[in-house]
Ligand binder design. Structure first.
Ligand code: PLP
Length: 285
């Protein structure tokens, strides 16, 4: 089946879809993006994703490129044309193309690109046995709450994970506290309470992070939104990470240290089970 990409108002064969060489996303990473889970052909948690998109755009002085309902129509079409049942939709908005100059021209026309593809969650073996992570220095800019396409530090971090044969790299700030993973939020469990870094410019406000906080509230699991160090994580009872594609994934190794018993813990298991229930209910509606 041939894939289709949406580029600036047109649906194009994926292999031929292209943007201008002076697109500001290409030259300056002047743009933002979203990755939305597609479940049974429908977009999961879309309002939260569009809220975050609007916020990211606002933080870089850009309006939404079209109304939410127009975006919704295009997203429907991209998912339908690519025949995605379960998978992901990628949506990117850049400041469009212009002769190369750091400062932008007022009134520039944004470039909207969307793709969609089938994608399975991580293998069940990882959920059953837990994933390993390594740590590295967080060398990103200071506005990680903006879901910017400037992902070079994240790319280098993920490559380090790949080289080490582990799932993810958790990034550590100058004070020794974990910020987040290269494409996931980081969590630990201490004495039955879940701990995650508070929202702020240091981390992306993950949509799964928000959904897991809702789940924790429903399950009456106490939450501490505070920074935690690598040492705290290695000494924690449990650890896990969250993202649209990884869901709630137990972490059982950090660098060369075993977390807790070395097996996925009961609090993580309850959160994962309940989060999967929320997804299954969405699929039924
Ligand atoms: N943190 C970073 C840096 C990310 O890139 C992502 C997702 O891509 C996340 C966290 C998790 O966010 P979400 O739950 O919205 O997928």
């Amino acid at each position: 089946m041939s894939r289709i990409a949406y580029v600036d108002g047109r649906y194009l064969a994926h292999r031929r879809a292209s943007i201008h060489v002076e697109d500001r996303g290409f030259q300056f990473a002047d743009g933002v993006y979203e990755v939305i889970a597609v479940i049974g052909g429908r977009r999961f948690d879309e309002p939260r994703h569009l809220d975050r998109l609007e916020r990211s755009l606002g933080e870089i002085d850009m309006p939404m490129p079209m109304t939410r309902s127009a975006l919704g129509c295009v997203m429907d079409e991209v998912v339908r044309r690519n025949r995605v049942g379960d998978g992901i939709l990628y949506l990117q908005v850049t400041r469009g193309s212009a002769p190369r100059d750091h400062a932008w021209r007022d009134g520039s026309k944004p470039m909207v690109v969307m793709t969609a593809r089938r994608q399975l969650p991580p293998p069940s073996e990882l959920f059953e046995n837990g994933a390993a992570v390594i740590t590295t220095r967080d060398q990103r800019w200071r506005r990680n709450d903006v879901k910017s396409v400037a992902l070079l530090a994240n790319v280098l971090g993920k490559q380090e994970a790949k080289r080490a044969g582990v799932y993810e790299t958790w990034m550590v700030d100058d004070a020794g506290y974990i910020t987040e993973g290269t494409s996931t939020n980081a969590w630990i469990v201490v004495g039955g309470r879940i701990v995650t870094r508070p929202l702020g410019p240091e981390i992306l406000g993950g949509i799964t992070r928000a959904a897991v906080l809702d789940v924790a509230r429903d399950l009456q699991i106490a939450v501490d939104e505070r920074p935690f160090s690598v040492e705290d994580a290695a000494a924690a009872d449990e650890a896990f990470l969250t993202s649209t594609t990884a869901l709630v994934l137990p972490v059982t190794r950090i660098d060369d240290r075993v977390v807790g018993t070395g097996r996925p813990g009961p609090v993580t298991a309850r959160l994962l089970e309940d989060y999967r229930r929320v997804i299954a209910e969405f699929a039924k509606t």
